[in-house]
Design a protein around this ligand. Structure first.
Ligand code: XMP
Length: 318
């Protein structure tokens, strides 16, 4: 595919030119974009000039952190994992405003990278897997445009970081990044993964975040995703996930009354995430996911399906 070849070539040139003889601290989330970006950086600059730093904020999907670690290391990239769940939970404690959550998480990420860069001298650049839609939606477009959501990885870097930015995908869309990823030999298993937002489950737990709620949501989400894969529906949608609502309702289990949280399932079709349609999943499938979640996840007794397009809704709930 000539298009992908050109994009790979241009991206490698951009990285070489931008970084020159510097060193890159690459922020990785385990998502498609930053994984493909770090692979390209290593290819452009050599492994000894790139260090991937993965901040585990405790808001990832179930077993995600170890999966990500294994996959990135298998690319031959230098990887540092910082386990920061407790620090992030603490910073987010008592916070329920969506933009506030995003800002806290963005700031904490920067602090982590700053601390790491201070302790390990010589980094000249901070690398990020930012995509074009992230740039647009965080900046707003045109005069008087409003910010829709502060994407965690955009917004410029505070002066104090003393590093320049290198964002090889700033002008690319996700399907282009996937093409590039395949071109540089990243496995389909990684490249075809659904997008996952940097702030992670923080924007899928509405209201205040607690460790208990994270666990409840991880369990529900895993049931949904596993079933999608099992029924060959995973690739039929752009993205699918569970959301934990701050709403308790009454139910009945056996002879007992329950009063527990509500979980929303969201599945959307899209080509770049800027607009989205509702995933047309069979009702029978949805009912079976709901049934398994309510039976197996302690804390959830009701499941609803989100049938809103983007616009007017966004894909994530916060
Ligand atoms: P929304 O919710 O704005 O999401 O319709 C559009 C796409 O972007 C993802 N998303 C993010 N990705 N950092 C990211 O890297 C973020 O802060 C972020 N917020 C949303 C979302 O999952 C969807 O694919």
């Amino acid at each position: 595919n000539w298009q992908a070849d050109d994009v790979v070539e241009a991206t490698l040139d951009y990285v070489k030119e931008t970084v020159a003889d510097g060193k890159v601290l690459m922020a990785v989330s385990g998502g498609v974009d930053s994984t493909v970006a770090v692979a390209l950086m290593s290819q452009a600059l050599g492994n000894d000039r790139v260090t991937a730093v993965f901040v585990d904020h405790g808001l990832l999907r179930k077993n995600e952190a170890s999966w990500v670690k294994e996959k990135i290391e298998s690319l031959g990239v230098n990887l540092v994992v910082l386990n920061r769940a407790q620090e992030f939970y603490q910073a987010l404690s008592g916070v329920s405003d969506p933009e506030q959550k995003r800002k806290i998480i963005g700031l904490k990420f920067i602090e982590e990278f700053e601390t790491y860069a201070k302790a390990n001298e010589g980094f000249t650049h901070l690398g990020q897997g930012t995509l074009y839609p992230d740039v647009i939606e965080s900046a707003g477009h045109g005069a008087g445009a409003k910010v829709i959501k502060s994407h965690h990885n955009v917004g410029g870097l505070p002066e104090r970081l003393h590093m320049a930015l290198v964002e090889p995908f700033r002008y690319l869309f996700k399907d282009e990044v996937r093409l590039v990823g395949r071109k540089v030999g990243i496995s389909n298993e990684l490249v075809d993964r659904h997008p996952f937002p940097g702030p992670g489950l923080a924007v899928r737990i509405l209201g205040e975040i607690t460790a208990d709620k994270v666990e409840i949501l991880q369990n529900a989400d895993q049931i949904f995703i596993d079933k999608l894969r099992e029924k060959d529906l995973y690739k039929e949608v752009w993205q699918a996930f569970a959301v934990l609502l701050p709403v308790k309702t009454v139910g009945v289990m056996g002879d007992n009354r329950t009063y527990q949280w509500t979980c929303a399932l969201r599945a959307v079709t899209a080509t770049d995430g800027m607009t989205a349609g509702v995933g047309d999943l069979p009702m029978e499938f949805l009912v079976s996911v709901s049934d398994e979640i309510v039976r197996k996840v302690d804390g959830i007794n009701r499941v609803v399906y989100d049938i809103t397009t983007k616009p007017p809704a966004t894909i994530e709930w916060e």
